[in-house]
Ligand binder design. Sequence first.
Ligand code: HPA
Length: 258
Amino acid sequence: MSAAAEAIRRRAGEAPIRLGLILGSGLGGLAAEVDGPRIPFADLPGFPVSGVSGHAGELAIGDLAGQRVAVLSGRVHYYEGGDAAAMRPAIAALKALGAGALFLSNAAGSTREALAPGTLVAISDHINLSGANPLIGEATDARFTDMTDAYAPRLRERLTAMGLDEGVYAWFSGPSFETPAEIRAARILGADLVGMSTVPECILARFFGLEVAAVSLVTNYAAGMRAEPLSHAETKRAAAEAAARFRQVVLDFVAGFA
Ligand code: HPA
């Protein structure tokens, strides 16, 4: 077991967790509802420390909606330091603590008129347009991780049963937003959503044998679709507006997780 997982167990006890959650920009408020200790990433060996405004950087472990979970608010993005595997120690720790699945959320741009800002979308699959992969450098054959059904069909069904749309998420490295030409290309390739996170965590989670479920909050139409410029302020504003609906989806998902 990693030093981080041991540090978490010392603070939070030995009981296994069912589920890990990594919550994206402005969607981390749920961590406050976890009944248990909070541990700053800075106290956990190998855990990354994010500087993005709107990301807290702490692990909350305990009961949420009747299940023992660990919620990571604040993820580190590839664009922060160029390390696609920055979240590897955190995801390894979730696995070591007993998690069977990882729930991911993010803020995303929409390439489709039908997916308007404010929509919650279950990710059905992804397209990695970043050129990076968190398993580069992994020396074992486990690096050849199967990405078929990476977003577990049985968990996707739970989300669509709650009324969520489904969409394919394309990972761009960021941190600049995409160009309108890149968005047209992504749409032709089959992307409904574009964003700067989630894909590396999904790959790492599958590598460690965790099931994955992921939800995007559409915060804006992607580049070139509207006259207004894109901004992180808009992402944070839209996330705050959708926080109550997002919270309910996560609580229902966690409560029904089996
Ligand atoms: N592009 C990339 N990432 C994003 C966007 C976007 O339009 N909106 C929120 N995160």
